[in-house]
Design a protein. Sequence first.
Length: 444
Amino acid sequence: MTPAEPDWSRRGWRHEEPNLGRPLQAGEGRRLVLSVALAAGATGAAVALLSTSGYLISRAAQRPMVIALAVTITAVRSFGIARAALRYAERLASHELTLRQLARLRTTFFHRLAPLVPGRLARQGRGELLARFVGDVDTMADLYLRSLIPVLVAAVVIAGAAVAGTIMLSTVGLVLAVALIADAVLSSWLADRAGAVSARRQAVGDPAAPVALRGGGALAVHDATVAYSPGEAAVLEGAELVLRPGEHVALIGDSGAGKTTLAELLVRFRDPLRGSVTLDGIDIRRVTQDDLRAAVLLCGQDAHLFNTSLRENLLIGNRGAAEADLWSALEAVELDDWARALPEGLDTRAGQQGELVSGGQRQRLAVARALLSPARFLILDEPVAHLDPPLAERVIANLIARGEGRGMLVITHEVAALGGFDRVLRMDGGRLSDVTGRLSPTLV
């Protein structure tokens, strides 16, 4: 046996190539039909229950003899019980079908993966393998439980209603079929349109004809008003800001005053309801998001570390950074001695969600990553939030020293570290004011 062919028998495996050509395996087709039949029956029982109960109420208002209502009363009870029983049985059948397919898919995935990298599977993190094996659950559940089966059930119920109407009166059957088909198509179209409108209100989009940035200009906010949704109170109102190349500005204010919202506005994580944000004199809505974020980088206070080495986490900021650049960035945030003391140095893993480092270390690693970026403007949201005051002051001083030549906006609460900034702005009630030179602990 060649090295490329693993000896499955020694591992207790039977190397059987799963049948990938058929979307439904043995028995799954029958379960799909059963699921559709049960769901159609439950829907039909619901329709019949609605009709008979309405008839019963209107007929009872005429005060007939009870014996005249006996059949209708029995029908209402029967349809009510049938609807619940059929719905329960349909859930069992459809979920069994989905879970069987998920089990087959995961087995297929492992059969395909194991011969390729058998020696490396044991070295994968638990979170990585778990995500790969269970990440298909939502997709498969949506495919059968929310897409295929409901469409087939709708087709069966429409056909059944049309046949029942035709038996009573041919014209009724035709009208009912046309009305139900039109309703199914129209409701689907309206739901799609409503979803598209909602998406446009939420996810910003790239322009159809983007404009290239010229470079060398300022990053500015002009009379910007931001609200999380139409009708709500404004988080920012009439905000004005100009951040010039090489200028270092601190932004202070109470929690919830809108500081982070302003930071998100500068990298177009959201668009203003009124006003604009410009870079190099160009409205950022006319620039692709990739071009904008290559020039303006936001380091949030909840910055993410990936479950890989410290080196790889830092190189996300600049894949071309040299080893000396990595250590220089770590030195700026005073993590160089800590990293050198680690058993594997920069090759030490950060863990899932950075769980192997402290909160302050995780935030400073994210700041170091931002420093490595070639972006012209850095927006740092609470970069020293988890640090003691003396260390926080030193780190901010290092950031200012390392930020020569590019604009920097630092959101912070550290009053002792504000002296090195060119300007200090305060956010209050969604508005910005310049408080440079008149700082006091009560202002922060």
